[in-house]
Design a protein around this ligand. Structure first.
Ligand SMILES: [Fe+2]
Length: 627
């Protein structure tokens, strides 16, 4: 989240005025006299909003900690929660990455309560951080249910002068984001309101009293390593980051690419309430080991598909906790997939299996994109605000769509530009099954975003300091395994398209795919590859003029591609796998694997090299050049 922008302020203000209204972009949704929300197709049964409060929240796992004579007591605020609390000291300063070193015993969680006797268990030969002498330490804790399901990994700073006392603690971050040649954005959240002390290089900052803290650093020098330190109690969180090369510089650099890290089977950390933390940790460790300049992560970070924003927030927190030790040192650019979805669900009271979903509103506080933007720091492009103002906008004077702020954007690094799309904007997963429902189907790039993409590619084509453009989008243009029934293909069904205020848009999903191809392939010499996910496997596809890309009965104009680009699909960051399917373009699909994967793209002047490594085994999957 970026608090300090003009645009965020404007959007919040407009939204506040519209609070209890149904956006004009939707259809057949109304409030009854008691302000209960329903969906009603004339002459049919009413489907009622079904609230689904979050089962667990971040707050309940971080707020109920108190000091005792000999340690800390935890009250997780849920008398039905029984299980295990794992714990261990976090040795800040011992190495670059502070992660809990689990103690050799655990305690029980009974009726939501647990107690750790720090004095007895973590003293003597188990006190590697020197907390007894310093009278200060940091405890990591992990909440597991009675069946072994992992819910949350937390940390708490504590003092131990006489009694033990929980202290101000950074519970999210610090993260470094949006590192440019002369600026960077530092952010973190504390358990309590406090005034953190931050040192960056030779500068010191005392931040204002708050829980969420951000610091925009500018006047930095290009290609320079900056050490920084954040302090909210007794611990100095020491990290560093490296600024980008000057725009247009041909300095060699590497970035990492992956997507789809939602929870999987296999037990343990492969499912830490919403995310596959096992693979994400390994991905980040490998990315750090390879000294990447940044990471691009394109959607389906978590299971999501929730109703209550607190549900998605806990899952995002688990993902962020997994990447944080590394993401304090280099930026991750995230965007959304379908699983970031946050939906109002309308259910038929007599037929529970009959339900429909729309992106939650009011959009300024509850849309999937807004909650996503709250949780991550990514660029805001004032040239792409929302789908308001498109030819389908039902009301020119009101805000009828969610914001693209921090979920569709672009940035540059050296001689390279990245355009980040959101193909699950205003996502309505059931828009296909119910023709009286408005929304955007999975994978469709709506008009304003498409026009913006066209403008961005045109802009970077003319920018002589940029040699390479990458476009990233969660959903492949050409699915190869797992999503042939949707993505930008829908088994060849071009009828799929958004419905806005009850009206279908002019272009179907395959036409829109072709329009995107026209921009990326025919109107561009610099777009090298489209980085995709959604399909939980790794492969690359050589998109080329010979490729068959239409269903047999296609009666619309066909595009003829003038050059070759790549589609690199890496949805192999931990979500459950899909095998390869047979599609018209399959013979151009290379190196298909269901192994976990992390893609490294190295830019060296004019050259682009791709190397893909399995983060679990460190085995190289493949290596190829693009040019
Ligand atoms: Fe997906």
């Amino acid at each position: 989240m970026i608090r300090s922008t003009f645009f965020v302020g404007i959007i919040v203000l407009l939204g506040a005025l519209k609070a209890q209204e149904v956006p004009a972009s939707l259809t057949n949704i109304h409030y009854d006299a008691e302000k209960k929300l329903y969906w009603f197709k004339d002459g049919e049964r009413k489907l009622w909003e079904q609230p689904r409060p979050a089962r667990y929240t971040v707050d309940q796992f971080v707020n109920g900690i108190t000091g005792t004579e000999n340690g800390l007591a935890f009250d997780f605020g849920d008398t039905s929660l029984n299980g295990t609390l794992y714990y261990g000291l976090i040795p800040y300063g011992d190495g670059k990455y502070a992660i809990p070193v689990w103690f050799n015993r655990s305690v029980k969680i009974e009726k939501g309560l647990a107690e750790v006797d720090i004095r007895k268990t973590l003293s003597g030969t188990y006190d590697m951080t020197g907390w007894v002498e310093k009278r200060f330490g940091v405890l990591g804790y992990r909440i597991a249910t009675a069946t072994g399901a992992l819910l949350y990994d937390g940390k708490i700073e504590f003092s131990a002068v006489d009694k033990f006392k929980p202290e101000n603690t950074i519970i999210d971050g610090p993260f470094i984001d949006m590192v440019t040649e002369n600026s960077a954005f530092l952010s973190f959240t504390t358990n309590k309101e406090c005034e953190p002390f931050v040192v960056v290089g030779a500068n010191e900052y005392k931040l204002t009293k708050a829980k969420y803290h951000e610091l925009f650093l500018n006047d930095l020098k290009p290609e320079t390593v900056y050490k920084y330190s954040v302090n909210v109690a007794g611990t100095f969180h020491e990290h560093h980051f490296r600024t980008a090369p000057k725009k247009g510089s041909n300095r060699k650099f590497t970035f990492a690419y992956a997507s789809d890290s939602r929870a999987a089977q296999g037990g343990g950390e492969r499912s830490l309430y919403g995310a596959n933390v096992y693979i994400m940790r390994k991905i980040m460790a490998l990315a750090a080991y390879k000294n990447v300049d940044f990471m691009q992560f394109t959607g389906d970070l978590i299971n999501g598909y929730a109703y209550d924003p607190e549900d998605n927030r806990l899952q995002y927190r688990n993902w962020k906790n997994a990447v944080q030790p590394f993401a304090a040192n280099f930026p991750i650019y995230e965007t959304m997939g379908n699983h970031e979805g946050l939906h109002t669900r309308f259910v038929d009271p007599d037929q529970a299996s009959r339900w429909i979903r729309v992106d939650r509103f009011p959009y300024d506080s509850l849309s999937a994109g807004k909650v996503f933007a709250d949780e991550f720091v990514n660029p805001v492009d004032p040239m792409l605000l929302s789908e308001d103002g498109s030819i389908y906008d039902p009301s020119k004077t009101t805000t009828d769509f969610p914001s693209y702020s921090e979920n569709a954007y672009h940035f540059t690094y050296g001689n390279t530009a990245m355009i980040v799309l959101n193909s699950n904007y205003w996502f309505g997963p059931d828009v296909r099954k119910e023709k009286y429902l408005s929304g955007n189907p999975h994978a469709y790039i709506m008009d304003n975003q498409f026009d913006w993409l066209k403008g961005m590619v045109h802009f970077y084509e003319r920018d002589t300091s940029i040699k390479h453009i990458f476009v990233t989008v969660h959903t492949p243009m050409f699915p190869n395994g797992g999503h042939s029934g949707d993505d930008m293909w829908y088994a060849g069904n071009n009828a799929v398209r958004p419905r806005i205020a009850g009206k279908e848009t002019q272009f179907g999903i395959i036409e829109r795919r072709d329009q995107i191809l026209e921009v990326l392939v025919n109107k561009s010499k610099k777009v090298r590859a489209v980085l995709t996910g959604d399909e939980h496997n790794y492969n690359h596809l050589v998109i080329n003029p010979e490729m068959e890309i239409y269903p047999p009965n296609w009666d619309k104009p066909k595009i003829s591609l003038k050059r070759t680009i790549y589609q690199i699909n890496n949805g192999a960051a931990g979500a459950p796998y899909y095998a390869q399917e047979k599609l018209p373009w399959s013979k151009y699909c290379k190196s298909f694997t269901t192994r976990n994967a992390l893609v490294f793209i190295t830019i060296d002047g004019d050259k682009v090299e791709v190397q893909t490594i399995n983060p679990d085994t460190l085995e190289e999957i493949e290596r190829f050049s693009i040019n």
